[in-house]
Design a protein around this ligand. Structure first.
Ligand SMILES: Nc1nc2c(ncn2[C@@H]2O[C@H](COP(=O)(O)OP(=O)(O)OP(=O)(O)O)[C@@H](O)[C@H]2O)c(=O)[nH]1
Ligand SMILES: [Mg+2]
Length: 278
């Protein structure tokens, strides 16, 4: 079974976004630093076309710092304006405003030459579900204007927020697309909590997740689940129920949450093809 989640509110959101886009100057495209490629939504490219764009890599505190640096550099080499953020800790207001000003610099300078004073920048924030869009707006505005939670599909409609005298941001619902490129992409999105559990086979996703994590965290996994063979998912599920004394399903959800909540440590799911070093 492949990973899939494309609820009705997303179809509606795409329609509304298309309607509102002509009224904004630029797009803030959020991608998860742990899955820079897997959270690159082709539907967003298709919808925003050549609107100026700032790419924000979120949740950098959960990703491998070296890989985040490499992804960041790769995107810049491709010509993008990029910032990487720990949205919960960094000075989001300053960084987002600086990024947007940089993206709009050329247009504002052109306007100035024609005697037009810079107006407030109108941006729309977009990205896959749960990537941190609404949190960015709350942090930039320094108040809780949007509902946020660690599950996908929280924001369901567009909402315009003035975050400062320079910048206004439209929040939008997280978007996925009808068919992922491959199974791994879907599973990476599932492990970063961008897909609802009803959209995938939990056992398949945790087996994949533990196998990938074993590259960096084999000992920790063996210790937590008290197993020798980390591919023995049935045993792992039984053990986690016994060890914690709790029961959610047959233990599969607890293992899924372990991975999604990074109990083993930081991890970047999208590897980078190393073409930067030559
Ligand atoms: N560790 C960490 N957590 C973050 C970061 N940014 C956001 N979060 C958390 O991620 C979760 C999702 O944040 P939201 O702002 O609701 O995400 P969203 O993109 O608006 O999600 P939808 O509205 O469902 O599309 C929340 O629990 C945030 O606290 C970050 O940089 N680091
Ligand atoms: Mg939201």
């Amino acid at each position: 079974m492949s990973v899939q989640w494309f609820p009705g509110h997303m179809t509606k959101a795409i329609r509304n976004i298309k309607q509102m886009l002509p009224a904004v100057d630029m797009v803030i495209e959020c991608r998860d630093a742990r899955i820079v490629e897997s959270s690159h939504n082709p539907l967003i490219d298709e919808v925003i076309k050549d609107k100026p764009r700032l790419i924000v890599l979120t949740k950098k505190d959960l990703a491998n710092p070296l890989l985040t640096e490499q992804w960041h550099k790769k995107l810049e080499i491709e010509g993008a304006v990029v910032i990487s953020l720990n949205v919960l800790k960094d000075n989001v207001a300053k960084k987002i405003e600086q990024g947007c000003l940089l993206v709009m610099k050329e247009k504002q300078e052109k306007d100035l030459r024609r005697g037009i004073k810079p107006r407030i920048i109108r941006a729309m924030i977009m990205g896959v579900p749960n990537v941190g869009k609404s949190t960015i707006i709350n942090r930039a505005a320094n108040k809780k204007v949007n509902e946020t939670a660690n599950r996908p599909g929280v924001t369901q409609s567009l909402k315009r927020v003035k975050v400062s005298d320079t910048l206004e941001i439209v929040d939008s619902p997280g978007l996925l697309w009808p068919r992922f490129e491959n199974q791994e992409q879907g599973m990476n999105l599932a492990l970063c909590l961008s897909v609802k559990e009803t959209g995938f086979e939990v056992d398949q996703v945790i087996a994949y997740g533990l196998k990938r994590l074993s590259k960096d965290y084999k000992n920790k996994i063996v210790e937590r689940y008290q197993v020798e063979d980390i591919s023995d998912i049935e045993q792992i599920k039984k053990n986690i129920v016994r060890i914690t004394g709790k029961q959610e399903n047959d233990g599969s959800m607890m293992v899924l949450r372990d991975i999604q909540n990074h109990v083993f440590g930081r991890f970047t799911w999208d590897e980078i093809i190393d073409d930067l070093q030559d």
